[in-house]
Design a protein around this ligand. Sequence first.
Ligand code: SAM
Ligand code: SF4
Length: 462
Amino acid sequence: MSKKLFIKTWGCQMNVYDSARMADVLAPLGYRPVDEPDGADMVILNTCHIREKASEKVFSELGRLRQLKDVKAAAGDGRMIVAVAGCVAQAEGEEIVARAPYVDMVFGPQTYHTLPEMVAKASRKVGSVLNTDFPVESKFDFLPDESAGQGVSAFLAVQEGCDKFCTFCVVPYTRGAEFSRSGTQILAEAKRLVAGGTREINLLGQNVNAWHGEGPDGTTWGLGRLVRELADIDGLERIRYTTSHPRDMEDDLIRAHAEVPQLMPYLHLPVQAGSDRVLAAMNRKHTADDYRRIVDRLRAAKPDLALSGDFIVGFPGESDADFAETLRLVTDVGYAQAYSFKYSPRPGTPAALEHAQVPEDVKDARLAALQQLLNAQQQAFNQSFVGRTVPVLFDRAGKRAGQLLGKSPYLQSVHAEANERLLGRIVEVRIAAAHPNSLAGRVATGEYRSSVTGTQPVEASV
Ligand code: SAM
Ligand code: SF4
């Protein structure tokens, strides 16, 4: 009999991927995903620990779930298994068990391939099953093939964990040591995705460009080689990868941006700060000028490359002069889009112990100034597309009837009136208007462009 599974996901794309794979692991046990927690047989909170308030959010969500669990039991409708997964589970597993004893399972990001055993244990016993080990085996060797395809644009985890230990970051503690899947395993998963209708693959990893894995030829490949091999898969039109570290931006990967048409001209390359003093204190092991030089090499290879980044303001000890260096770097580089955060002390990380914490109002003011600059750059970038025609991969229905939504090569969201038969297709769209976070356009009838086979006629009416 079919059982209802509700998964709530916080945080990064890796968590979105993990949630989909948890559903794959649970499918043979009869669990089918539903959109609401009410009446569900299992609810999993897949959590993120990267910034503060994560655990408060989890505990307040758990409070609501406890009521739903009681309602289900009182109605004689069986037991709701409540689980906490992901990085908060990894970091605060014991506290969750102590504070919320009605939680049935608490498990970290490396153990969800053992969900069937955990479910069996949880069904037998009262109290929580806690599993926050870092198992010696890789979960990827035990996960079932992914179910029915993820759609037109899919995530594929190739690398996980981190050994870089930036002094502000919890990832090395919650996700564990850096690990790369084999090229063979990745190619097989990519082929299955494409056979299931995927046209775009987003390679995922906390340090995706640190990926090194064995290929079917027995040699060790880097990410540039993997991209080239993926580009040979018939029907795969677009390849992206995220998130990259500047130190791992190897020459071959940079060359792939020039040579592989399926590799999209967009790169998320976080720098965090523009001051060398702060970068050293963050343990980033590169300077602001190192970063500028990498950007120059990338743009020499791919002149239209759109850059994105992550920034932290108010890192301990950051002075006004340091922050001015961040603004200068942003001005020099010019971003198409970026994420910026106030530094959040994370328990157990070295920077959290620093005495020179920056006051909250200073962080607020710096964040506002940085975001003003980044937003202006993003607006100018989007505005420069008005009047141009860009190939858009339509991957979902838009909010309004008759509208489709898709992505430009530069990862801008583009919406246009279009026949739903164009879903999953790359279509030329003439951009009519630019908004802060999206573009609006009209399908340029008569043509669609494939990055692989070039321009072809559109037979479907728009
Ligand atoms: N591995 C990637 C890198 O090195 O650039 C980023 C991974 S992290 C999941 C995503 C982003 O969260 C970071 O780039 C950083 O900007 C931000 N972040 C991480 N820890 C933070 C903290 N303690 N406070 C504020 N932002 C943080
Ligand atoms: Fe965190 Fe730094 Fe590793 Fe990125 S490189 S995951 S910011 S420790």
